[in-house]
Design a binder for this molecule. Structure first.
Ligand SMILES: [Zn+2]
Length: 154
């Protein structure tokens, strides 16, 4: 069956870029390798960001397994992590998921968790968060210390 959409290749298809220096239009996302290399648990980190009701529902971050995820736009069904699915469909839609008091870099991390880790540029993050200029976001994301695996696609 032939599909009309070319979406889904965005994470890999940026071959034309010569420079290795990220700009405000360079896409960033959470690199899961970064977590594996450091032996850190992304699921636990997702669990910590669930709303109180979902935390109580799941009780522990382990053993919840995968669920079927039906994409709203394409109706495509995939198996996804149940905790992450819960965060996307419930907790990330609550008003206190990201507030003005959430540190900027943590807000950015939460945006990626909430959108299923779809790559975004500092310019796009600025539009979503409506805080700090794209240049400031770029500087925060390219400091020597990587925050929760958020790195550019280069
Ligand atoms: Zn929730």
């Amino acid at each position: 069956m032939k599909g009309g959409s070319s979406e889904g290749a965005t994470a890999l298809g940026i071959g034309a870029m010569r420079t290795l220096r990220p700009t405000i239009d360079t896409k960033f996302y959470i690199h899961t390798d970064w977590w594996k290399e450091r032996g850190r648990n992304l699921r636990l980190t997702v669990y910590e960001r669930l709303c109180p009701a979902c935390k109580a529902f799941h009780l522990a971050y382990e053993d919840v397994g995968d669920v079927d995820w039906v994409d709203d736009e394409t109706a495509e069904v995939t198996r996804v992590d149940a905790l992450w699915h819960c965060l996307r469909t419930c907790c990330s839609t609550k008003p206190d998921y990201v507030t003005v008091e959430t540190p900027l870099v943590e807000s950015i991390f939460r945006v990626f968790l909430g959108n299923g880790n779809t790559p975004l540029s500092p310019r796009e993050l600025h539009r979503i968060l409506n805080r700090r200029p794209p240049e400031v976001i770029l500087r925060m994301l390219t400091r020597s210390r990587v925050y929760n695996g958020i790195k550019p696609i280069l």
